[in-house]
Write a protein that binds this ligand. Sequence first.
Ligand code: HEM
Length: 733
Amino acid sequence: MHGSGSSMKRLLTWATLVGSMSAVTKAACPFADPNYHLAKRDEGASQQTENILEEYEVDDSNAYMSSDVGGPMEDQNSLKAGYRGSTLMEDWIFRQKIQHFDHERIPERAVHARGAGAHGTFTSYADWSNITAASFLGGAGKKTPVFVRFSTVAGSRGSADTARDVHGFATRFYTDEGNFDIVGNNIPVFFIQDAIRFPDLIHSVKPSPDNEVPQAATAHDSAWDFFSQQPSTMHTLFWAMSGNGIPRSYRHMDGFGVHTFRFVTDDGNSKLIKWHFKTKQGKASLVWEEAQVLAGKNADFHRQDLWDAIESGNGPEWELSVQIVDEEKALAFGFDLLDPTKIIPEELAPLVPLGIMKLDRNPTNYFAETEQVMYQPGHIVRGVDFTEDPLLQGRLFSYLDTQLNRNQGGPNFEQIPINRPVSPVHNNNRDGAGQMLIHKNVYPYTPNTLNGGYPLQANQTHGKGFFTAPNRIVDGKLVRALSPTFDDHWSQPRLFYNSLTRVEQQFLINAIRFEASHLKNEQVKKNVLEQINRVSNDVAKRVAVALGLEAPAPDPAFYHNNVTAGLSIFNGTLPTIATLRVGVLASSFNDGSLAQARELKEQLSKEGVVVTVVGEVLKEGVDQTYSAADATGYDAVVVTDGAEGLLTGGKNSPLFPAGRPGQILVDSYRWGKPVAAVGENSGQALEQTVGVSRGQDEGVVVGEGVEQVVKGVEEGLRVFRYLGRFPVDEGAE
Ligand code: HEM
């Protein structure tokens, strides 16, 4: 991080911390005690969740139909009084089947209703007992099963995956000392600073209460009315308006715990930490128009992508890291670590990688697993502790409470197979709807003598129990107010904006223009400009132009030129292209084209690239018809030699919508994707279709042979999007 500016002076006191924290590595930790050994409960691989879930699996192959209580029966015709008579009350088979159907639906999540999940494993890089007593971090190579659910926030359960939104990134670790959840997002900050405002935030972004419009979108007056009246939203809003709001896939985004948490060692030493999941696939995002088209063409784009990647053996990976800060440094950086609208720039507290998470198993049943998983920030284990962040504090109530609603009032949802821990459960919680356990202890109270005092209380020194960091001290007058240390809402959105590439900045501005142009209320528009102007006059001016409004004069109190690393999505290349998708445009009626398509597929598949050969009609060697194909389906497109007629002469055919083959190229090009052609004729047709001349655009590859084109396409996939094709406002700062 570098630069100048008044507000950044506060941030620049970081250097001391960077020095002390960079020493925290796996090999040598400054607070390590070499003589200390964590008593590990489970030295080997953890008992897999798979075993637990398998117990409940139902295999219908080779079985007779039975009732819910196991009696074989038939259920295709109801019992009637004669062939043409009414159905009888006696028909228990009818009643049972219909009653169950009538009650199939449970309330969707109040937020994050739309999502997809997968199983996997977390492997710790080392024994981290020098910084945390958390058992899943207690040994090199120690494996812990996980279940991760990704989601969008605002849309209902059937909404489109590619709606612009913050994305949920909720991870459950089934540790051998109980379930531990990091219920995080793909954006490291949040809109508000006190949980009591959460209903206001959500009411403002959800569809209008009268007509329930619009679905899964913030491009409406109430959302921006709230954003502009509640400036703590600015930072998260800037992130959501950038590519982070429209990731290429769940696999191409990072995850964050957002709040500051605590690590606590067995002997009670604590440090402040922030959780980061860094994607090993590289960060990548869609462009907005593509995301919008996808919302209609394939509402399941992200869940399908995750599913397919795992099925093809390319399960995604994330490195779990933490930023660690001394307790007394909570206010040392010019902002408050209890404020969830702030990041700790990496330059101040480097990321310490703790382990690797890989997702490699799809759920067996969406409802049983993905829908019924109940994450809670309050699912915590020994070695981790909360902070006083008022957003976190409120979440500790909300999830537990709402899940009672999702489980139709029954408190036993932790007994549902996907929620069961791999460690045993012993407590005096009893009864309730759907109780699945048969408790033998008839003395369910503590203290007792009649059950020998069991279950015993586990704490810091006995039974390796959870304990609150002993050094946590809180005192003060009762106040119904936010801390004045939470007041700066504008320096960090500016830091974010400054840290993007020029074209990414343009994308962000375009996204705000898009949203704000949907606003009907003139006052809301002005309020929006006023808030943006506190972050940047450049952004405010450029948004104002599109709204036909006068730009406000600079409001420079929080302006600065600092930047920080790691925030841009587009300024690097992807570390892997496996699972990216290439469309090969062929002609079903040209054998040469099909032979070349086959060769392209063979070559590209070697790198794990998924190739779809498109033709006019399905036949051997053609995977998809032009009528069902479009640019959203591919990360790159190649035209085969022999298919050029589809771009020029044969544009129209009853076999596909007018001009579809060319449209695939035009859209791919407009959305920044690499496009390629094999052979001179198709090369010329490609260049003519997308409107470039030879050598003018490095993402347009024309090669004589397959090998050359494959090389160019692979390189193009690594670049992912050619940002030079996107115009930037004239005179942009
Ligand atoms: C840092 C801020 C927050 C983050 C990172 C966050 C993240 C998440 C995630 C990832 C989910 C989906 C979990 C799943 O996949 O099942 C979720 C659900 C939910 N969140 Fe939050 N959230 C935040 C703030 C809040 C606040 C302040 C509240 C309320 C005071 C809240 C209430 C809820 C509720 C009610 C659900 C539905 C839970 C369920 O039905 O299981 N969230 N949140």
